[in-house]
Write a protein that binds this ligand. Sequence first.
Ligand SMILES: [Zn+2]
Length: 502
Amino acid sequence: MGKLTKFLSFTLVFALLLAVIIPSSLVSAASGTSFTKTTYQTTDSLNLRSSATTASKKLITIPKNTKMSSSYRQGNWYKLSYKGKTGYVLGTYLKKVTTSTSFTKTTYQTTAALTLRKTNSASSTRLLTIPKGKQLSSSYKKGNWYKVTYSKKTGYVSGSYLKKITLSSPTSNPVQKTTAYTTTERLNLRGAPNTSGKLLLTIPNGGVIQSISQSNGWHKVTYNGTTGYVVGTYLKKGTVPPVAPPASSVDYSGSKMYVLINSNDTLTLRSAPSASSGQLSRLERGTPVVVANSLHKTRGYVAVKTADGRAGYVESLYLTLFKPASSNRPLIILDPGHGGRDPGAIRYGVTERDIVLAVARQVAAILEGKVDLQLTRYTNDYYPTLTDRSVMANVHATTRFVSIHINAASATSASGAENYYYSGSTSVQLANAIQQRLVSYAGMRSRGVHFGNLAVIRGTRAPSVLTELGFLSNSTDRSKLMSTAYQARYAQAIADGILATL
Ligand SMILES: [Zn+2]
């Protein structure tokens, strides 16, 4: 026999031999399955074997709770590697590990009615059904289950019915392509780029304008929603820088509050939650107290305890989360509209109630330390009546009262910011100061400043305004209102507007 013949016959014999010694069950098991790489955890200590049978050589013992990944199995035997050894383990003692991922907050739209479940499993408790076409945001997932909040319930939905949607990003908004300038003199806004152009209005010194283009020393600009031309000589580039949400020193989850009352006055600590009950003590302005019962209450009595152990009841109107200065300072009361059972405007699951509270808290964070502060509500789960809000302002020597709201209309084209006053020149001034800054800081279209016969400002004696930041029903406004960067700009506009009139 030639060498080749010898080799072939040897191979044939060897193949026949294999067919005889290997049981047919193993041959069929040898046709394994490949699958997407999956992470498993051992539920018991487990032997890694050289092949997919208990009769094969034991390579190593894998301890309980070890995580490994596999992408191939033969029957119930999973191929994997442990400590440099590759072999097979029995799937009975493997548990699939769901990988959870945090990611940048992303907005999705439901492509079908979708069940919100308590945990990341189709068998977990059903919380509610989210209709088709709703917008949800998520920044966390477990496997293909996305953690979302809808209608105040937080749970998981299957990613199979979510479509990523791109909201127009605030930074790519065309409004922001203009350049902001501040006027260094009173400046005429004209209808044409020359001194004989029609006078549209006069911009005050320190006014912020948006320059669209410039030519021959004239800027084409918008100011409070009016477009025209100004001479470049009296313009200084820039305005307030884009603001980062300031960090507040206030803990909204806590129950530590401070007595807010005139420095020449004191607050009565009573033996029972009633004005006719006995007087236990008098608390001075700035006294810290721990509130034992409902913290989030605008009116009525709350049980408090002082650091030196005095316990009793005080009227909640006189408690604030913001430590007042020892002597009187201007007192600013911020009124985030709606709250609790009253969500205000709602579009795509986004509520006015939530956004205005976020903005009010940021206004407070900016003003903290400069003025005394009080909010008519500190949380979203509480609704003070319109009277409660005015009463809070009226029991104090309130300097400014700002009620913060968001508009909505059936026509999606309606957009922009507006401010309402009820009476007094200071209210008008405050409305203008906030309006101008909402336009220049957040690029809002200006709907102007108007008289408004609105209960919350009508009932409040201090100079007060009701500010409407924008329209939740307009897609451009909505993407700004939902953006934390823009919420910071709204807050800065309100805070600076208040400070400008003090
Ligand atoms: Zn409102």
